[in-house]
Design a protein around this ligand. Sequence first.
Ligand code: HEM
Length: 335
Amino acid sequence: MAKVLATMRLIVGALALMVAVALTAPVSAQQPSSVNPTASAVKEQQLLDQLKTIKGLGTIPDTKSYVIEHPVGRGWREFHNVTLRWIGAVAILGMLALLIVFYLWRGMVRIERGRAGRSIVRFNAFERFVHWMTATCFVILAITGLNVTFGRPLFAASGGSEAFTVWSEWAKYAHNYLSFPFTIGVILIFLMWIAGNIPNSVDVEWLKRGGGIVGHDHPPAYRFNAGQKAIYWIVVLGGGLTAVTGYVLLFPFYGTDIDSMQYAEMIHAVTAMLFIAVMLAHIYIGTIGMEGAFEAMGEGTVDINWAKEHHSLWLEEEMARTGPNKSKRQPVAAE
Ligand code: HEM
């Protein structure tokens, strides 16, 4: 009897095993074809397109932090890591290349009739202080801002990450805090020189004659010529735009959301790149590009012959008003 029971248990067990195998076999046989990792699973891109944003749940009060993926964020990252770098590199390196070629072709614009040895005041101490304060801030803002755009790939290429971290932290502080004197400088420049920078008919003539930079022409100009007026308005408007968008970035989410922050960054960065390129041309003409120009902002005076060649109408006005100042540097030469 015990033997019969044992045999029956064996048969039932074997049958149960067969049934189990029969039931599971078709499922496992179907497994590879039923799960299609590309077709049946929802792709990340489909999910993003469908939902636009992937949000999680959170407990901290800042609900923005619950956003895990945001399709616009990807577009922004592509802009920041690729498009912006191209815009910056083309604008800045392109301008540098252009200036080098121009310098090699044209050389320094000389005072054609030589120095008179007598000078006239062009910018007073306050004007020069404002100019140099704003210019110093600008250069530091430009270098530290470019570090945000290009720092990582450049420093990664040269191998140092610890040094890059330390430098970037200081650079960020400098960028944030120097924004204030820079903004004050732009406002003062606007107020200080607006009177001389309103476009007029003399500018049309100056532009028609290419500012005299090509060849040896000297079109007349008042205190500021059309080229300088363009620089003035680029500083005022470009500086204003970088300041406004910069403060949007500096004080995030005060009346802004992620989208407007991204737009602010894009405008800030592109304006900054173009601004830097234009300022390179300004620095060029104020130094190696034109004889006698630097001393206008360095010492505040210019040689009478320089003024005759580049700002003849302004010189006439000034002579009528005050008469020329005697230069402290050089003896007074007979005219
Ligand atoms: C009032 C003036 C300014 C303020 C408040 C300001 C503020 C800012 C802030 C908060 C950032 C973001 C930095 C980060 O992501 O950590 C930034 C980036 C940047 N700034 Fe300024 N900035 C000002 C002026 C300038 C000027 C004058 C220039 C150029 C001459 C400049 C060039 C840049 C550049 C190139 C970036 C990096 C853009 C990027 O790659 O995302 N900024 N600025």
